[in-house]
Design a protein. Structure first.
Length: 329
């Protein structure tokens, strides 16, 4: 058995190889079939127009060999990169903010200690690329600078694109456009979206919302890492990548779909909790096990389980939740 997965992550001591092998041999068949369809779609000209067909394809998963390219195109990162040739390198060569560099350096060794490609001993060691991407981004988006969580996202992007400049533009697509205000110093967008999730749970899984309220558990305690890390280190790698496929194409509502599916599927289990620490523990447990490992079935569920979820609904909830937060200020 391989202790290290294809992305360089070491598997935990209690990793269930048997059920993973069983799942992966089935999933491989799906991947092979998808790869053939994607090759036809991209026909070597490396461009895609948004369409229902492309959306359907993306929901069924982008094969790894096309993933970086498709993310770049559908997120708008490719267009931005082409319109700003040399920009990334100019950022790295320009004047630097010493405080920013210090903050980024501090987080280097904390980023994926369980990934062999990010170790100092690795060749090439991806820490260098990660450092560059974060430094460039901090100087490009001064209102955000650097905040914890961004290192994990940039690290994942580097693992997939194997390219600093592409990772930089994808990070910009996520932080600048796809995720509303998650990483600004006040993190208002992040706090808002956690409240929005709470409202959606009230609508769609009321018993769980009631349990949380009864025990005084704030949503931010159990889901903030889901939002900040976009499920990195929370769900299995393969599953996270499938979520990101949809996130780059369909935007931030995918995060709510995933969160609601986790909560809805595990409603009975969560409701067994009888106190505060118990609830927190249940929320840790629902992100493990076969349900989340079987990424193909899981992704089908996120589009059916939560029922309809329009961007209009989310935006309306965002408005009311943001106002509430600001008035508490």
């Amino acid at each position: 058995f391989c202790r290290v997965d294809p992305y360089g992550f070491e598997r935990p001591e209690d990793f269930d190889y048997a059920s993973y092998e069983a799942f992966f041999s089935r999933y491989l068949v799906v991947l092979t079939r998808r790869a053939i369809k994607w090759s036809k779609l991209l026909k070597g000209n490396n461009s895609i127009q948004k369409s229902l067909k492309v959306k359907r394809y993306i929901r069924k998963g982008i094969p790894n060999e096309h993933r970086a390219l498709v993310w770049m195109i559908v997120s708008g990162a490719q267009a931005n990169m082409e319109q700003n040739p040399g920009y990334y390198h100019r950022l790295l060569e320009g004047e630097k903010n010493a405080k920013l560099l210090e903050a980024i350096k501090t987080d280097m060794n904390r980023t994926f200690p369980d990934n062999v490609k990010f170790r100092k001993t690795a060749d090439p060691c991806l820490q260098h690329a990660l450092y560059n991407v974060l430094v460039a981004y901090g100087h490009h988006n001064k209102s955000v600078g650097y905040c914890q969580g961004m290192n994990f996202i940039a690290g994942y992007l580097i693992l997939i694109t194997k390219n600093e400049e592409e990772s930089f533009w994808l990070l910009d697509a996520l932080i600048g456009r796809i995720l509303p205000d998650y990483y600004s110093p006040a993190m208002l967008g992040l706090k808002t979206d956690q409240e929005v999730l709470g409202e959606l749970v009230k609508m769609k899984v009321p018993a769980v919302a009631e349990l949380m309220e009864r025990h005084g558990v704030m949503w931010t305690l159990v889901v903030s890492r889901w939002f900040i890390c976009l499920f990195i280190d929370i769900l299995p790698v393969e599953t996270v990548l499938r979520i990101w496929d949809c996130l780059f194409y369909e935007g931030s509502k995918i995060i709510f779909r995933v969160a609601l599916t986790l909560i809805k599927q595990n409603q009975a289990f969560i409701l067994e909790a009888t106190n505060f620490p118990d609830i927190c523990d249940k929320f840790k447990q629902i992100t493990k096990g076969t349900f989340v490992t079987e990424c193909h079935t899981f992704m089908q569920k996120i589009f059916t389980d939560p029922g309809s979820l329009s961007m209009a609904t989310i935006n309306k909830l965002r408005e009311t939740c943001r106002e509430k937060l600001l008035s508490q200020g």
